[in-house]
Write a protein that binds this ligand. Sequence first.
Ligand SMILES: C[S@@+](CC[C@H](N)C(=O)[O-])C[C@H]1O[C@@H](n2cnc3c(N)ncnc32)[C@H](O)[C@@H]1O
Length: 435
Amino acid sequence: MPSEDPPQGDGLPPRRAARTLLTAVLDRKRSLDDALGDLDPGLSQRDRAFARQLAATALRRLGQIDAVSALLLRQGPPKRAPDIPDILRLGLAQILFLRTPAHAAVSTSVDLARETAEGRFAGLVNAVLRRAAREAAQLLPARDAAELNTPPWLWARWTAAYGADAARAIAARHLEEPPLDITAKADAGLWAARLEAEALPTGTLRRRHDGPVTELPGYAEGAWWVQDAGAALPARLFGPVAGLTVVDLCAAPGGKTAQLAAAGARVIAVDRSAPRLDRLRANLRRLGLEVETVEADATAWQPPTPADAVLLDAPCTSTGTIRRHPDIARLKRPGDVAKLAATQARLLAHAATLLRPGGLLVWSTCSLEPEEGEERIARLLAQGAPLRREPVSPAEIGGLAEIVTPLGEIRSLPSHGAAFGGLDGFHIARLRRIG
Ligand SMILES: C[S@@+](CC[C@H](N)C(=O)[O-])C[C@H]1O[C@@H](n2cnc3c(N)ncnc32)[C@H](O)[C@@H]1O
């Protein structure tokens, strides 16, 4: 597993930050990215990257880590010491999965414990982590790591939707560190060479992540942006869009907006979140791309004239992105699926009314849950919406036949694209307005 270079100095600042991140996710139910945004701006890029990697590894391996913790703390976690479990989790993540030298993992964890009001447990942290370092191989439970690190409700859902083998393959992919995926504004071949990236059959450029992306060639000049290979598929399904008016509903932070604008479309980017629209504007500014932005609720907003094309990249549980965002598995709850499916149904019904006859609607969600994908499109069509499926052919997406369904929709799973290291889980459908 790749690991950030060891931090400078005493190594405490990034580990302190990792503890803040882990506690924000597990106790305060903040997303990892939001919690990262709240960290001390004085933290170096390198320490920030290490803190994220540490917290993300603890989240990715939480099932195994807590099982080892339970073995080592036979009498359970210390009472009235709420900070100690997360400090132990981060120590175990380093010892068991990040190959951090044991002395560094142990001593910094002890220092973290001493900094809390629970300093009296520093000795316990020391003893537990030293033993973990000595007995790492024997301690890791024999039970399947993929299942152990997956919340049971998600495991049950994926087994029901895709079968036991596929559920296991999906969950196994979540244990890996994701690659860095990039969409080039133009000249993908040139940027593949400059970035020393692999050009995937779908057009995405992929390389292993090593340090801040802002330091990679082409970032400052706005030649490319970060976008998962699965996330890059929906905008490609419109075909040539130069000169067309494309409404991008739910547009922020703008990865798909950028694709459409770079392909020459006149894009109206709609989102109801002002801060997220600010991020979209900043992203598009860096890329030198111009779009119209509208802060509005996409269940009610109307364009001035019917659109040639509409992209609806709807809000969802995002369970297709757990490899990149391991916090999702710990933050989402079973009830979120039905709530978001209801929102998606409203957004879809309205989106269908914004098109001119003959226009294309592309729908996407980064969820593995059929209620947020296949079922939404089937229900929309069964209710008589004036749309028909415009089937996607594998040739349009680099020959990736395994992600095209018999109905001509896309259902990608993180376990697909094994030859190049997988892609996020998406449901995507293309529909043409009739009448
Ligand atoms: C999946 S993200 C979009 C990602 C984006 N398309 C991209 O490629 O970068 C969903 C977005 O939907 C927005 N959203 C959620 N409900 C909305 C609504 N009713 N109207 C407009 N935007 C909404 C959220 O603010 C969020 O930015």
